[in-house]
Design a protein around this ligand. Structure first.
Ligand code: PLP
Length: 398
C-alpha cells in the first residue's frame, strides 16, 4: 500500500543517536546539537511578551508564504554583508534550511537526474533528495574542500546533471572549509557546464580563526546559485527558521511548493527572530557562541592528540560543529559503534554520509553539544577502545 519511495526511508542514525543523548550516562558525539548555554531564553521571553501585547492577533493569523517582511529585510542585510546583493523578493523563509533542501528536490529533480555532491556529504540532504530517485555522483574533497579537477571529470562523465550540492563552510560531516580559489573556480565551472549550485551554508558564522570567506553565491553573476541558510546555529534550532535566497523565478517555484507543504513558516517564531535581531546585538551573541564552540573544539582536538592511536587521521576544523575521523582500513566503525555504546560513548559511523556507501573506516564526532569535561572523558574512552581494536587487528595480521 505504500509508495515506492518509502523504501528509501530508514530511521536516521543521527536521530536514533539523538534519542540516546537523553540517556543520562551516554556521552553522545552523535547528534549535531548547538550548545544549550547559547540559547537566548530570557531575551525571547521579553520579546514574546512584547509581540503578544502589541501584535498578538497578527502573530496568530495565517501569513504570506514568502515570510515575514521585516525578517526578510534583515536577511537582505545579512546577505549584503556577505557580498550577496539580493532583494526581499529573492528571499523565502523556510522551516529550517532542511525545508530548503526538500523544496530544492521538488523544484529541480526528475527521476534519474544526477546530483553532484561532496564525498562525504550531509546525511539529511541525501535523505531529502533520495525520494526523487536521483543518481548521486560523489566528488572528491581534500582539506580545501571540493576538488575542481574531479568536479570537471565527473561532469564530463555524467548525464542529466541538475545541480551540485555543496556545504562550503565547516562542512557537515568533515568540518572542512572550501578555499577562496576553489569557491571562484567552482562557480566558473558551473557557468561553463550550465548547472545549478545549491550552496547549503548553515555554519559560516561559526568561524574560529576570524577568516570568514565569501559564499559561492557572492561570485554568482548568472543567477545559478541558490543559497540556503538558517538561524538554527546562530540563535536556536527549535524555532525552525531558515531561508532560501535565489533569483525571483527560482524562489517563486520554491514558494509554490512551500504552499503545498506547510503554507508558511511559523509566523510567531519568525516575529521573534526578527525582534531579536532588532533589539539585541547579534554579532556579540555570535561572538560568545563562537567562544564556546572554539573551546570545545580545542578540548576535543587535545583529547584526541592525547588518546587516539597514531595511525588515526582527523580534521582540525576552523569552525562549525564537527570533526571527521579516518581509521586504518581494517577497522569497521559500525562494529566499533556497538562496542563504544556499551562503554557509554556514541558517534555517527561515517558510511552514512556517502550516498553510494563504503568508507566503513570513518566516523563523525560532534563537539558543540557537550562541555569540555565530557568531551575529554568520552574521547579518552573512545581512544582506549581504538587502541584495543587496533592491537587485536594487528595480532590478526591487519
Ligand atoms: C549542512 C546542513 N544543512 C542543513 C541543516 C538543517 O538545518 P536547519 O536546522 O536549519 O533545518 C543542517 C543541520 O544540521 C546541516 O548541517
Amino acid at each position: 500500500m505504500f509508495a515506492k519511495r518509502t523504501e528509501f526511508l530508514k530511521a536516521s542514525e543521527v536521530r536514533e543517536l539523538l534519542k540516546l543523548s537523553d540517556v543520562n550516562d551516554i556521552i553522545s558525539f552523535g547528534g549535531g546539537l548547538p550548545a544549550e548555554e547559547s540559547f537566548p531564553v530570557e531575551e525571547m521571553r521579553e520579546i514574546c511578551s512584547e509581540i503578544l501585547e502589541e501584535n498578538g492577533v497578527k502573530s496568530m493569523q495565517y501569513a504570506i508564504s514568502e515570510g515575514h517582511v521585516g525578517l526578510r529585510k534583515i536577511i537582505v542585510k545579512l546577505m549584503a554583508e556577505k557580498g550577496i546583493h539580493a532583494n526581499i523578493d529573492d528571499i523565502l523563509i523556510t522551516s529550517g534550511s532542511q525545508q530548503g533542501l526538500d523544496l530544492t528536490a521538488k523544484v529541480f529533480l526528475d527521476e534519474g537526474d544526477t546530483i553532484l555532491c561532496e564525498s562525504p556529504t550531509y546525511l539529511s540532504a541525501i535523505n531529502a533528495f533520495k525520494p526523487f530517485y536521483p543518481k548521486f555522483t560523489e566528488v572528491d574533497m581534500d582539506e580545501d574542500g571540493l576538488i575542481p579537477a574531479d568536479l570537471i571529470r565527473k561532469l564530463e562523465n555524467s548525464s542529466n546533471v541538475k545541480f551540485l550540492y555543496t556545504v562550503p563552510d565547516y562542512q557537515n560531516p568533515t568540518g572542512r572549509r572550501m578555499s577562496l580559489e576553489r569557491r571562484k573556480s567552482i562557480v566558473e565551472i558551473a557557468n561553463r557546464y550550465n548547472i545549478i549550485i545549491i550552496e547549503d551554508n548553515p555554519y559560516s558564522e561559526l568561524c574560529f580563526d576570524g577568516r570568514k570567506l565569501p559564499p559561492l553565491k557572492s561570485f554568482d553573476t548568472q543567477g545559478r546559485v541558490v543559497y540556503l541558510s538558517t538561524f538554527s546555529k546562530t540563535v536556536c534550532p527549535g524555532y525552525r527558521i531558515g531561508w532560501a535566497c535565489g533569483t525571483q523565478d527560482i524562489i517563486n517555484k520554491y514558494v509554490l511548493f512551500k504552499q503545498g507543504t506547510d503554507i508558511h513558516t511559523n509566523f510567531f517564531a519568525q516575529m521573534q527572530i526578527a525582534g531579536y535581531y532588532e533589539k539585541y546585538d547579534i554579532k556579540e551573541h555570535i561572538r560568545s557562541n563562537v567562544e564556546i564552540y572554539k573551546s570545545r573544539r580545542d578540548a576535543m582536538v587535545a583529547a584526541i592528540e592525547k588518546s587516539f592511536p597514531e595511525e588515526v587521521e582527523y580534521t582540525r576544523p576552523e569552525g562549525g560543529m564537527f570533526l571527521w575521523v579516518t581509521l586504518p582500513e581494517c577497522l569497521n566503525t559500525k562494529e566499533l559503534l556497538l562496542k563504544s555504546l556499551k562503554r557509554g560513548v556514541a558517534f555517527v559511523q561515517g558510511s552514512a554520509f556517502f550516498p553510494n556507501g563504503g568508507h566503513e573506516n570513518t566516523l563523525r564526532l560532534n563537539f558543540s553539544g557537550l562541555n569540555e569535561e565530557k568531551i575529554a572523558k568520552g574521547i579518552n574512552i573512545l581512544g582506549n577502545l581504538l587502541k584495543e581494536e587496533l592491537y587485536a587487528e594487528r595480532l590478526a595480521g591487519c
